[in-house]
Design a protein around this ligand. Structure first.
Ligand code: GAL
Length: 541
């Protein structure tokens, strides 16, 4: 027995040494399989409520014929417009002029093409399209019918995805979190497995949504113009921290294939892909230009969207309307990164981005996702230099030796109490644009409550050890804050008055980091915190 336990101990020790060694080779990567953002088509952008069985089945056929199915698109989503009120038996009625054979037949047809079927409902009583066409969408929402209707959609009709709007929820003044949670619970009770659930509340509704939904709309509806693409891009720049574990910001259905200029379509696709949004085509496949089909099939861009890490690109540079987003690919802190450079201005522009800011040192290989070719010409000694057309984007993979990130912006922080829905009675955290802030954004409205903290959850340290963390902050009163590292209090800063609201100053603390990812939190449960622009994290020497 004694020998046996000695043997066990030796084996355990050997195993822990081995895993420590494995950890040393990449202390950052402990990635589990996550669900990837869905790819497909939806009826709303082009057809609004003017849909029918013939139309939906025809678009499913075209998804296959255009080769988009082979390129990875698999969902055919029916949006608003198929209902005709709720019958006296308590079940929703289908508009039989549009869907004479009911909705199950349509799902069956979509499945027969090797595709998945999506449907639409409201979390309240009425559907959103009720505004335009009455009374088809009255009383067809999930409110008070959560279990009955979800069972019908998934177990009886066999749909695979549902988008749940909230117009009726607003009219009924329902609590957003409570109602969507109730619906998620009803979905979990269905027999059908692998159901995807999208929350459509037209704004980031709060961090609770990550527990409830696969994806959530972060903005008002997209429209067929450049202003929408720019607005949605900017509104999502500071939402990257909420993506992860198979849960995604939904930047809305694509307007590609509906005659936007080529450069704008490129931006639309590249930004949606690096942010790992669901990629839901919104055009009519019968009239889609060849150029747009090619863009939608761009495997290099789709690989960014469908990367196994399931994370969103975060801002690395943002100057003169040129935004640079980057993210790790395939392995956390591994050799390959995706980079998208987007020109939000109406003039051609160019930008130099230091390789160190992109997380690299030494020689870097550059691959162009639009030209599908190596682009060593844009990589100069210690930076890349990229020229971008007005409203256009360039997209690259960079591969090389990684270095630890040293600058962490407010706009990539996880703000635990962040919600775009309601003002909190005490303090509501916000991210604001200001030319006085590094990369043009800062966070404020933090502190004053226990849950109102900000955190960087992936602070990198390859070796572990002592680091100097420097906070850039601004504050018009005597506020203070605490810093904790990996859950333990590491520093306390008092009286951080800088004289004015956007008068920035810096304060530092020496902290101990583990090898791999670390969490750095700034908080003040009792009083308001200063505005925060960024932290920098440098080895202590
Ligand atoms: C909106 C939603 C659109 C579409 C429409 C249907 O609220 O954002 O994407 O679903 O309702 O009426």
């Amino acid at each position: 027995m004694k020998n046996f336990s000695r043997l066990c101990c030796a084996l355990l020790c050997a195993a822990s040494v081995l895993s420590a060694c494995a950890g040393q080779s990449n202390p950052f990567d402990n990635q589990e399989e996550v669900r990837l953002p869905i790819m497909g088509w939806s009826s709303w952008n082009t057809f609004l409520c003017d849909i029918s069985e013939d139309l939906i089945c025809g678009q499913a056929d075209a998804m296959v014929e255009t080769g988009l199915k082979d390129a990875g698109y698999s969902y055919i989503n029916i949006d608003d417009g198929y209902t005709d009120g709720r019958g006296e038996d308590g079940f929703i009625r289908i508009d039989t002029t549009k869907f004479p054979n009911g909705m199950k037949v349509v799902a069956d047809y979509i499945h027969s093409k090797g595709l998945k079927a999506g449907i639409y409902a409201d979390g309240g009583n009425n559907n959103c399209g009720t505004r335009d066409v009455r009374p088809y969408g009255l009383e067809v929402g999930l409110w008070r019918y959560e279990e009955q209707d979800t069972k019908m959609y998934f177990d009886d009709w066999n749909y695979d995805f549902i988008k749940i709007d909230f117009c009726g929820g607003l009219w009924r003044k329902l609590d957003v979190q409570e109602q969507y949670t109730k619906i998620a619970d009803a979905i979990h009770k269905c027999d059908k497995q692998d159901i995807r659930f999208n929350v459509c509340r037209w704004a980031f509704p709060g961090v609770w949504v990550r527990e409830v939904a696969d994806s959530w709309r972060t903005t008002n509806d997209i429209e067929l113009d450049w202003a929408s693409i720019k607005r949605i891009t900017l509104e999502n720049v500071y939402l990257s921290a909420y993506v992860g574990g198979g849960h995604y910001n939904d930047l809305d259905m694509l307007e590609i294939g509906r005659e936007l200029p080529e450069d704008e379509e490129r931006t639309h696709m590249a930004v949606w892909c690096i942010m790992s949004s669901p990629i839901i085509i919104g055009c009519d496949f019968r009239t889609i230009p060849e150029r747009s089909i090619e863009l939608l099939k761009n495997q290099d861009l789709l690989a960014m969207d469908q990367d196994r890490l399931g994370i969103s690109g975060a801002p690395v540079a943002f100057a003169d309307s040129v935004l640079v987003l980057a993210k790790d690919m395939e392995t956390f802190h591994g050799p390959k990164r995706a980079v998208v450079v987007t020109n939000l201005s109406g003039e051609e522009a160019s930008i130099d981005v230091p390789l160190a800011d992109l997380g690299f040192r030494g020689k870097v290989a550059v691959y162009d996702c639009f030209q599908h070719a190596d682009r060593q010409d844009i990589c100069l000694s210690d930076h890349i230099t990229v020229k971008v057309a007005a409203h256009g984007s360039e997209a690259f993979y960079l591969t090389g030796k990684r270095i630890d990130k040293t600058s962490y912006q407010a706009e990539e922080a996880f703000l635990n109490a962040y919600s775009e829905l309601e003002e909190h009675a005490d303090r509501t955290p916000h991210v604001y644009f200001s030319t006085s802030a590094d990369l043009g954004m800062y966070a404020c409205g933090l502190g004053g409550r226990e849950d109102n903290w900000m955190e960087w959850q992936k602070v990198e340290s390859s070796k572990g050890g002592r680091y100097v963390v420097t906070v850039r902050y601004a504050c018009a009163d005597e506020s203070g804050m605490k810093m904790s590292v990996n859950g333990a209090e590491a520093a306390s800063f008092d009286n951080l008055n800088t004289g004015a609201e956007l008068e920035w100053a810096e304060t530092s603390a020496v902290v101990e980091l583990n090898a791999g990812y670390n969490t750095i939190r700034l908080e003040n449960a009792d009083a308001a915190m200063p505005a925060i622009d960024r932290i920098t994290v440098k080895e202590y020497r």
